[in-house]
Design a binder for this molecule. Structure first.
Ligand code: FMN
Length: 205
């Protein structure tokens, strides 16, 4: 991404008392992509997480359109049948050949990533969470207006082991009530598939 766009997001962050960091170092980016993949697979080993995610997955386009919510296979760039099979056979993720294949299908969706970015700052109280969320939304809108696509890696933040690895990799500042609270991949990409969503009026009803 152009320095000017990064600088604009960084300025917005620092005006709100937060720090925005980014890297396009190939080794660092590859390590973060790996941590994100391992996080996903690690989280889904937990039955409660798996059960909840299964509720939200939409394997076919029909289902995604009808429900107007959830995580559709199409938006994850994974064929619905492969996703349904992989989610229904978690034991196979550890198997030598098929496990590697399932990992490869997921990692294919990460091809071409050359830059990642993160925000850190006050994140100790509910008011902090809301302020951070607003800052994040503003940055997302700002970048979208400039043709930049952004994809959060939220689970790297919330999985404690992954969080520690990520903070170590980018040397994020987590001193004094500060936390690295969001990590994203970002850059120029083909227009991402649209997530079907219920209309706003229905959400507020
Ligand atoms: C706070 C937050 C955390 C997210 N964490 C993840 C994540 O861990 N992994 C992932 O693949 N997408 C994550 N996403 C991205 C969403 O899956 C989705 O791509 C994005 O919100 C845009 O589509 P939407 O219209 O469904 O919101 C996250 C989004 C938000 C707002």
């Amino acid at each position: 991404m152009p320095e000017a766009d990064l600088a604009a997001v960084a300025a917005e962050a620092s005006a709100a008392g937060h720090t925005f960091g980014a890297t396009s170092d190939p080794g660092q980016v590859a390590s973060i992509i790996r941590v994100n993949q391992e996080t996903l697979f690690d989280d889904l080993r937990h039955d409660a997480v798996h059960a909840e995610i299964m509720e939200w997955l939409r394997f076919s386009e029909r289902e995604a359109v009808d429900r107007g919510d959830g995580l559709s296979a199409a938006t994850m760039l994974i064929p619905g049948r492969i996703l349904r099979f992989a989610m229904g056979h978690r034991g196979l993720w550890e198997a030598p050949v098929i496990g590697a294949l399932i990992r490869a299908v997921y990692l294919r969706t990460m091809r071409g990533v050359t830059q990642v970015a993160w925000w850190s700052g006050p994140f100790a109280t509910p008011a902090d969470y809301v302020a951070a969320g607003r800052l994040f939304l503003k940055a997302w809108i700002h970048l979208t207006e400039r043709g930049v696509s952004l994809h959060p890696f939220g689970t790297v933040i919330t999985n404690p082991r992954s969080h520690a690895r990520f903070v170590d990799l980018v040397d994020a500042d987590e001193s004094g009530g500060r936390m690295a609270w969001m990590l994203v991949r970002l850059g120029y990409a083909k227009e991402p598939p649209l997530a079907h969503r219920r209309p706003l009026e229905e959400m507020l009803a």
